[in-house]
Design a protein around this ligand. Structure first.
Ligand code: ATP
Length: 260
């Protein structure tokens, strides 16, 4: 048994919205260091709610969330704000991820500057100036330094999503939560972004929670897949076992849909 705790360990999480809807109904999930865990399920199954509860943006009604062995569920508000800095996010709509009034250099460096001087090893060579650090980040995601002083509306959707990924990796977070990061992009750009995420994960040893309703996208990037339905995890397996006979009936239905 490994003595290194999982990056993320979620135990029996429940969340009921005030309207009475139970969006999470005893969800358990774990992510190992350096792993990409895929979370797939149809619209309304509770995927984004799980992301928001993990990020402490929504309160929960029961269960536990452990990050790096730290019990997030029992922290006070101030401690939660600190703990949240160990996680970064990339969402579906890259346009909404950036303040339209900020130049890319300022948006890119915002999380890093909040951490006050804790520059990750992969940026150490560039830490003598903001411009060099932001250029190095853009370079890591395949964007030209010419974009440094651009405003978000001057970048394409795919370029903005690359910049969002650059910002997410900038603090060397313990976990990056990617909630439908390719859903708003056309098919070719989607493939590029998935390839970029995979490369960065391997180069930097990142841990991802990759959320999507698109089984093909989840399958292409994940080490393990969690299948969610009606607020519950129905199936968990190594990606290579997607087509195995013992898959849950619901997983088989998703496979059938994605093959059509
Ligand atoms: N703030 C809220 N108040 C009340 N109900 C909510 C709220 N947010 C989500 N829900 C409900 O909780 C359920 C799960 O929603 P959630 O957004 O987590 O699903 P999802 O799997 O991420 O769906 P999608 O893929 O469409 O984003 C849905 O029935 C949704 O209507």
């Amino acid at each position: 048994m490994s003595l290194v705790p999982d990056i993320l360990q979620i135990n029996q999480l429940t969340k009921q919205y005030s309207c009475g809807h139970r969006a999470l109904d005893g969800v358990s999930l774990s992510i190992k260091r350096g792993e990409c865990a895929g979370l797939v399920g149809e619209s309304g199954s509770g995927k984004s709610t799980l992301a928001k509860c993990t990020l402490l943006l929504e309160g929960v009604d029961g269960g536990e969330v452990w990050l790096n062995g730290q019990p997030l569920h029992s922290l006070n508000k101030k401690e939660q704000r600190e703990a949240r800095k160990q996680m970064q996010t990339v969402f579906q709509n890259p346009a909404a991820s950036f303040n339209p009034k900020l130049k890319m250099i300022d948006s890119l460096l915002e999380p890093l500057e909040e951490k006050k001087g804790q520059v990750p090893v992969f940026l150490a060579h560039a830490c003598e100036s903001r411009e060099r650090m932001a250029s190095a980040l853009l370079d890591m995601v395949g964007l030209d330094a010419a974009h440094l002083y651009a405003y978000p509306h001057e970048l394409s959707g795919g370029q903005k999503q690359r910049a969002a990924i650059a910002r997410a990796i900038s603090t060397e977070p313990s976990l990056i939560i990617l909630d439908e990061p390719t859903a708003s992009l056309d098919v070719l750009v989607q493939a590029d972004i998935l390839q970029l995420l995979r490369r960065l994960q391997q180069e930097l040893g990142l841990s991802y929670l990759f959320i999507s309703h698109d089984l093909a996208a989840v399958y292409s990037i994940s080490d393990r897949i969690f299948v969610m339905k009606n607020g519950q995890i129905e199936d968990v397996f190594e990606s290579k076992d997607l087509y195995a006979e013992e898959r849950h009936t619901y997983t088989k239905t998703l496979v059938h849909l994605f093959e059509q």
